[in-house]
Design a protein around this ligand. Structure first.
Ligand SMILES: Cc1cc2nc3c(=O)[nH]c(=O)nc-3n(C[C@H](O)[C@H](O)[C@H](O)COP(=O)(O)OP(=O)(O)OC[C@H]3O[C@@H](n4cnc5c(N)ncnc54)[C@H](O)[C@@H]3O)c2cc1C
Ligand code: FES
Length: 258
């Protein structure tokens, strides 16, 4: 698929480490899908679409060199986009528990918006290291979601990992579905708790990607290519994979702790 070079038309600093870039990009996209974002002079990295309607958007947290370069992109600068790729969230309405950590809200927010429009009742367990790093708390509230917060340092909501909040919600309320995105170790725990509570779960998985076309194997996870079979997988599919939550592949192909 061809890369399209587009101007950045809006830049929002969401947290001290996370920026949203909006850009005109015509191809239709569904919540859960991702694009390959090319940063001129740097590299190309996969990014979930955090906005799928109107001008599209990506929301990028600093992790390494390319995501750091993204933070300095300004309105009017040009970026390259190819995609959208991958599958999407099943937006059947009902009572949905969303569990997001780190940059995970970037993909959960547009899916939640679409589900809310179809009548879903949303509860969000939102986690971050500290209060200023909570991503899209207001955006979730604006779509009518109840937002329960956890921060590692206790500066907002409950102190500790977001799994404490999601476990408490699963123990006290009934949900028809659970969606999660965040660090794999967190997602592994969330999916195990959902299984114990008999709540069907899905998770959006992040792996190193190169082609995004199912051809290079960079994103292999057990029998799957995350780029074409995912990035959204059922909890059942993920739980059977020994690598999930434990090991991930670096761009060299080497397996390292997740
Ligand atoms: C389908 C998909 C959707 C994604 N959506 C988003 C998104 O919406 N927002 C966003 O900020 N990022 C997202 N990512 C992650 C993103 O593609 C990059 O991996 C990330 O920005 C780091 O790239 P880098 O080149 O800056 O860091 P690198 O130089 O590749 O890595 C620097 C360090 O960070 C670690 N690292 C890299 N990626 C991750 C990760 N995902 N989780 C934990 N540690 C990591 C590396 O192991 C290394 O130690 C997504 C990934 C995939 C596959
Ligand atoms: S990124 Fe090449 S197969 Fe998935």
């Amino acid at each position: 698929m061809m890369r399209t070079v587009v101007p950045v038309v809006e830049r929002v600093l969401e947290t001290p480490s996370t920026v949203t870039l909006r850009f005109p990009f015509a191809p239709a996209a569904r919540p859960g899908q991702f694009v390959m974002l090319w940063v001129p002079g740097d590299d190309e990295i996969p990014m979930s679409l955090s906005y799928v309607e109107g001008s599209k958007g990506v929301t990028v947290k600093v992790m390494g060199s390319t995501s750091r370069t993204v933070q300095s992109i300004a309105v009017g600068d040009r970026i390259g986009i190819r995609g959208p790729y991958g599958n999407a969230f099943d937006l059947s309405p009902g009572r949905i528990l969303l569990v997001g950590g780190g940059s995970g809200s970037a993909v959960l927010a547009p899916a939640a918006e679409a589900a809310a429009r179809r009548g879903a009742r949303l509860t969000v367990a939102l986690g971050a290291t500290t209060a200023s790093e909570l991503l899209f708390a207001e955006r979730f509230r604006r779509m009518g979601a109840r937002v329960e917060i956890a921060t590692d340092d206790g500066t907002a909501g409950r102190r500790g990992y977001v799994t404490r909040v999601s476990d408490a919600l699963l123990a006290s309320e009934r949900f028809d579905a659970l969606w999660t995105c965040g660090p794999e170790v967190m997602m592994g725990k969330v999916l195990a708790s959902a299984e114990a509570a008999h709540v069907p779960a899905i998770g959006s998985v992040e792996r190193v990607m190169k082609c995004a076309l199912g051809m290079c194997d960079a994103c292999s996870l057990g029998p799957y290519h995350v780029c074409t079979d995912g990035p959204v997988f059922s909890g059942e599919a993920l739980r059977g994979l020994p690598e999930f939550g434990h090991l991930k592949r670096e761009s060299s192909g080497r397996l390292v702790p997740a």
